[in-house]
Design a protein around this ligand. Structure first.
Ligand SMILES: Nc1ncnc2c1ncn2[C@@H]1O[C@H](COP(=O)(O)OP(=O)(O)OP(=O)(O)O)[C@@H](O)[C@H]1O
Length: 446
């Protein structure tokens, strides 16, 4: 059974959560002070720590730092009041796994616990990641994410990076295909050599050969100097071709030849240059469909697609949203020389209910704009673009009450849990006391 340490000075609330979690097969120790919690941490091996932000003998952030120094492997979740969300975001920067704002409902607690234990399990299974070759460069611009979709993506990156296989990265625009390509490069033995990214959609077809393979001075009108092509620039390293589906048929033939022969000949030169490159390509169109239509060469497709990776849409990486939001806020603060501390709870709800058709790029842009506009400590909904505020909800809290039957059962369970204390029940159900009374009347629960 997983062992959880709960640090919270509201005795009734703690007891209630303890009962609830024990019914879900967790072992829970309660502590009302940091002092007592420190003693318990020395005595027992905990899988997870839940701590309130404000405790009688200190604050949760100080305690978080203490835990991270002595027991860095234990995930820590902070419990906060509504007004403390920005502090909680700071806590995430100090290494907290997550935060949950009160009042919260039982499902939310179970979800957060599930996520934290899942991540811990993965971290325990993959200790190798931390001991990888010393030469590997860390990529501070890459957020790995904690959602199931991100974990699969990262596993694929780890698997394919050390090989020399050509990788075809697919995914919608703005999902992070180029970032994935760069990460594969940085995790490969080529990380000390160049990573050359080329947007095939931006190269006019007339000069594509010269861009890829280079040219000699005077070889055509306008060739005023020798030019080194992208293949030669990337020699020893990785060549990343974005929007590869945009290459003309002629360029496809030239590319295939260069890949097969591992040699390129600059235009106007009689000498061939041997090149050793790892090729990574990306597309947001259906390349297989282009093959079927005869627009893309099948032999080249197979040559590029020795391993394929699909980068998930942001809406399918729901659990990562806050991590990315925080990462982009830090970046925006740096770029704009601002010190915005975080997001209001309403903003986080808007973010979670929005579909993000432009994926991470859109999130990054929205946050940069909001950071620029905000004069307050945290970003409020007023500085978000209209389209975010008027989008259809995809996951509001009423989903938790998906049917009348579920709703009635949930209310009964929670009321039993708290010995009929309506205030506590409303808090746990994340609804007001008045709503609770109305619902009890509706379901004849008096
Ligand atoms: N894992 C990540 N960690 C941090 N930032 C990311 C991550 N993935 C993407 N980004 C950021 O999101 C934005 C979009 O990423 P990127 O340009 O790689 O997307 P893309 O899929 O290649 O887009 P397109 O298809 O339009 O070329 C960039 O600002 C990038 O820095």
């Amino acid at each position: 059974m997983k062992h959880i340490l709960f640090i919270e000075d509201d005795v009734t609330f703690s007891e209630m959560l303890k009962n609830f979690l024990e019914r879900h097969q967790y072992t829970v120790d309660l502590s009302y002070t940091i002092h007592n919690a420190s003693t318990l941490l020395k005595k027992h091996k905990y899988d997870l720590v839940f701590t309130d932000l404000r405790l009688p003998d200190g604050d949760g952030i100080g305690f978080l730092k203490q835990i991270k120094q002595s027991n860095s492997h234990i995930p820590v979740v902070l419990m906060t009041g509504y007004a403390e969300v920005s502090t909680a975001v700071q806590a995430m920067k100090q290494g907290a796994f997550d935060y949950i704002s009160k009042p919260f409902n039982p499902d939310e607690v179970l979800e957060v616990i599930g996520n934290a234990l899942e991540v811990k399990k993965t971290a325990a299974v993959l200790p190798k990641v931390n001991h990888e070759k010393k030469s590997e460069k860390s990529n501070t611009d890459f957020v790995a994410g904690i959602s199931a979709a991100s974990k699969t993506l990262n596993e694929y990156i780890h698997l394919v990076a050390p090989t020399n296989m050509s990788v075809l990265i697919t995914g919608e625009s703005g999902t992070g295909k180029e970032v994935v390509a760069k990460n594969i490069h940085l995790k490969s033995s080529r990380s000390d050599k160049p990573f050359v990214a080329v947007d095939c959609g931006a190269i006019p077809k007339e000069i594509a050969s010269s861009e890829f393979f280079g040219h000699k001075k005077g070889s055509f009108t306008g060739a005023t100097d020798d030019k080194i092509g992208h293949f030669e620039s990337a020699n020893g390293g990785t060549l990343f071709l974005d929007e590869v589906g945009n290459l003309t048929y002629e360029n496809q033939v030239q590319l295939l030849r260069a890949l097969q022969e591992r040699k390129v000949k600059p235009i106007g030169s009689s000498d061939e240059i041997s090149v050793d490159i790892r090729l990574i390509t990306a597309t947001n169109e259906d390349l297989l469909h282009a093959v079927e239509k005869g627009d893309f060469r099948e032999d080249l497709y197979h040559r590029l697609n020795e391993f394929s990776i699909k980068v998930p849409n942001l809406k399918d990486r729901h659990d990562d949203l806050i991590l990315y939001a925080d990462f982009f806020l830090n970046k925006a603060n740096e770029q704009l020389n601002k010190t915005v501390a975080g997001f209001s709870k309403e903003v986080l709800t808007v973010f979670q209910n929005y579909q993000w058709p432009g994926n991470l790029r859109e999130l990054s842009n929205v946050i940069k704009r909001a950071t620029l506009l905000t004069q307050l400590e945290v970003i409020e909904v007023q500085v978000l673009p209209e389209e975010l505020l008027h989008s259809k909800k995809n996951n509001d809290s009423s989903n938790k009450f998906s049917t009348k039957k579920n709703e009635k059962e949930l209310i009964i369970t929670v009321l039993q849990e708290v010995d009929n204390n309506k205030t506590q029940a409303a808090k746990l159900l994340n609804i007001t006391r008045k709503t609770l009374y109305n619902k009890m009347k509706e379901y004849s629960l008096n």
